[in-house]
Design a protein around this ligand. Structure first.
Ligand SMILES: [Fe+2]
Ligand SMILES: [Fe+2]
Length: 192
């Protein structure tokens, strides 16, 4: 689907702006909001892959997002959310398999994400006009499709279980850890 001008502006805004720090008081909502931004990234990557002369601002926003907030989000899940959830269910529970599978997908996506950043930076510096090459087009499409599937599993299975299983104490610890990862002092944060 081709993004119109307004959709491109909204996509850039979503990629460039993290959720407000106050949302860290509800860390599952923060993760959900980051998933919206990742779905935006998927649309942007498809747009870059399919464009005859992709928008350079979109490319820059995608590079910045992958290098920054995307990695923070994966660490939120791998280091905090998933281990906390695993403690809430018995070792044989299906959720363990799902979380292990998602961790493996993070690893595969990390490799693709690094290649995407390198290739887009090369495009910006050395090419900067016309469609991206076939290899990069296939890489962008594969990553976006895999990521979309990954987000569906997390939104449909992991986050609802997190909302039902995590205690107030779990959520507080999760939010504080995510805040520390972002250099946010929770004492200075208050919801409007
Ligand atoms: Fe996620
Ligand atoms: Fe994930």
């Amino acid at each position: 689907m081709k993004l119109d001008r307004e959709q491109r502006e909204l996509a850039i805004e979503a990629l460039n702006n993290a959720p407000p720090p106050s949302l860290l008081e509800d860390p599952i909502e923060y993760i959900f909001a980051d998933h919206f931004r990742q779905r935006t990234l998927c649309s942007v990557l498809h747009e870059i892959a399919d464009g005859s002369d992709p928008d350079k601002k979109l490319i820059m926003a995608a590079i910045k997002f992958i290098q920054g907030d995307f990695g923070l989000h994966v660490r939120d899940e791998e280091q905090d959310l998933f281990p906390t959830l695993k403690k809430c269910v018995s070792p044989g529970d299906e959720l363990h398999n799902t979380l292990n599978q998602l961790n493996q997908e993070h690893e595969d996506d990390r490799i693709d994400a690094e290649r995407i950043v390198e290739s887009l930076q090369y495009y910006m510096l050395e090419v900067s006009r016309g469609a991206v090459n076939k290899e990069l087009r296939q890489l962008l499409t594969r990553f976006a499709d895999n990521e979309s599937q990954h987000l569906m599993t997390e939104n449909a299975i992991v986050l609802p279980i997190a909302r039902s299983k995590l205690t107030e104490s779990d959520l507080k610890i999760l939010g504080e850890s995510m805040a520390a990862r972002r250099g946010v002092d929770m004492k200075t944060v208050s919801r409007c």
